[in-house]
Ligand binder design. Structure first.
Ligand code: MCA
Ligand code: AMP
Length: 480
């Protein structure tokens, strides 16, 4: 059996995790997660209240050690989305930090408080990986991800995909136990949780999480020994803006070993600004919840802004239905999920007959194999702040508001967020339409704050074709 986290076996005093003032060494993590894993043994599936804290990291590691699939929950998830995720994933218990206030929807679950204070765990009792499953196909994490229509789907990620993707990244980034990662990504998605927390732990390195993103926090940690930064393009855009005036920030970035961006395209303009101020090129990698990581610029390869690099070791990539050199990216490899939970129909539709996963991303290939993503097949998927958001789920939430008769949602270019969610609304009563704030608050409370419309435009009617279908292309700069 090969453990997911070999460094938990040696369990020395090296720092594994730091969230602000709170840190755990490998010995302390082995104790805390090992003890919790013992309590989880046999639980069907556990939800994790995924705040950006040590407790989330310990809870997820414990579930992985116990072989119990974990479902990370966005603590800001609204009522409708949370109800869907709980009904779909049916967890038996929820892991949370002591003192966390949980919403009523979680009241029916057994609550297990995660103890992550240094020294609190009984190290002698802990056998960190005693129960770790042999079956690398067994589900490790279930991560919810938006589609174009309907509620989010749970991507079932087996242990094989997690270890496979992290080891491939280690090879192409020369990622070692000496690396200290800094990031501020949320811990309920692949980027922040798998790459940003499980990645350093698999290597036996360290991660420092900022709790929430700030340019100052990034500069401080890179100056104080951190070697790598992971972020979404919105974060690099904010860094690029600050670089104009902040020399300390430029020095801090210049000293980093690796600056990595992913989850959405980093505009070439921001690439250039960062390179000009720091002499460093941000490395882009391309992935997806269902596939984990597919491609990356290699640390020993030629940086090429505007591309996401080359396929990772063991990942096969092809362009399908090419026309004018542009086709859909399809992938195969050990990095792939095993299917959508409870959705054999959606799982089957996601693969071609010969077993390739359809990413929905459109790309061209440079002569030497570098991948250039040029767009998406589905116009109803929006990437805002690095979050994938389906237009359909927001439209459904808006239609539930009594002040809304008709609604359509599009994405518009936004320098900070990449794309901004725009809601086009026909009010039920044109004399007293709901305010944009009310509609944004409604979507935030039903779905998630990051899914709220940033702009609301009122119309007398939505443009429709002869078949009655809404013509999104006729809506301003609409994405549809
Ligand atoms: C605002 N807020 C509200 C409302 N308006 N809450 C309730 N009702 C409202 N009407 C709150 C928010 O919850 C938040 O609270 C605060 O106000 C600010 O929200 P927002 O404006 O949305 O934040 P932002 O400043 O725009 O955030 C930018 C960000 C964020 C930090 C870059 O977008 C982010 O963390 N993105 C990362 C996305 C990510 O990790 N994607 C990976 C998935 P508070 O202040 O308390 O937070 S993709 C993936 O995993 C694949 C595999 C890949 O390739 O990586
Ligand atoms: P998610 O389902 O939230 O995991 O988002 C996956 C999607 O993010 C992919 O299908 C791409 O559209 C997009 N994405 C991730 N990384 C990049 C990148 N480096 N450049 C462009 N798009 C990206």
């Amino acid at each position: 059996m090969s453990p997911l986290f070999p460094a938990l076996r040696t369990a020395d005093e090296k720092e594994a995790l730091r969230f602000g003032e709170h840190a755990l060494s490998y010995a302390e993590l082995a104790g805390a997660a090992g003890a919790l894993a013992g309590r989880l043994a046999g639980a069907g599936r556990v939800a994790v209240w995924a705040t950006p804290t040590l407790e989330t990291a310990v809870g997820v590691v414990a579930a992985l050690l116990a072989g119990v699939p974990a479902v990370p929950l966005n603590p800001k998830t609204g009522e409708r989305e949370l109800a869907h995720i709980l009904a779909d994933s049916a967890p038996s218990a929820v892991l949370a930090a002591p003192g966390d206030l949980l919403p009523p929807a979680l009241a029916a679950l057994t609550r297990i408080d995660v103890v992550a204070t240094a020294g609190a765990a009984d190290l002698s009792a802990a056998e960190p990986d005693a129960a770790e499953p042999d079956d690398t196909e067994s589900p490790a994490l279930i991560v919810y991800t938006s589609g174009t229509t309907g509620p989010p789907k749970g991507a079932v990620l087996p242990r094989r995909a997690i270890s496979g993707t992290l080891d491939a990244l280690a090879e192409v980034w020369a990622w070692t136990p000496d690396d200290v990662l800094v990031h501020a990504l949320p811990l309920f998605h692949v980027h922040g949780l798998i790459l940003g927390v499980l990645g350093p732990l698999r290597r036996g390195g360290s991660v420092r999480h900022l709790g929430r993103f700030s340019v100052e926090g990034v500069a401080r940690e890179l100056t104080a020994g951190a070697t790598m930064l992971f972020g979404v393009p919105t974060m690099y855009h904010r860094i690029a803006e600050a670089l104009d005036t902040d020399r300390e920030l430029a020095k801090a970035l210049a000293g980093a070993r690796l600056l990595v961006s992913g989850s959405a395209a980093l505009p070439v303009h921001d690439h250039r600004r960062i390179a000009a101020a720091t002499g460093r090129t941000v490395i882009e990698r391309y992935g997806m919840t269902e596939t984990l990581m597919n491609t990356s610029v290699r640390v020993d390869g030629e940086p090429r802004p505007g591309t996401v690099g080359v396929p990772l070791p063991d990942v096969e990539l092809r362009l399908a239905d090419e026309s004018d050199g542009i086709g859909e990216i399809q992938v195969r490899g050990p990095n792939l999920f095993s299917g959508y939970l409870n959705r054999p129909d959606a799982t089957a539709a996601a693969f071609t007959e010969d077993g390739w996963f359809r990413t929905g991303d459109m790309a061209s290939l440079d002569a030497d194999g570098y991948v250039r993503i040029v767009g998406r097949k589905a116009t109803d998927l929006i990437k805002s702040g690095g979050y994938k958001i389906g237009a359909g789920e927001i439209e459904n939430a808006l239609l539930d508001h009594p002040g809304v008769r008709e609604a359509a949602v599009t994405g518009e270019p936004d320098a900070d967020l990449g794309e901004r969610i725009v809601a086009w609304v026909v009010p039920a009563d044109p004399q007293s339409p709901p305010t944009p704030e009310e509609l944004a608050g409604h979507v935030a409370a039903q779905l998630s704050p990051h899914k709220r419309p940033r702009t609301v435009r009122f119309l007398e009617a939505l443009p429709r074709n002869d078949m009655g279908k809404i013509m999104k292309r006729a809506l301003g700069n609409g994405n549809g």
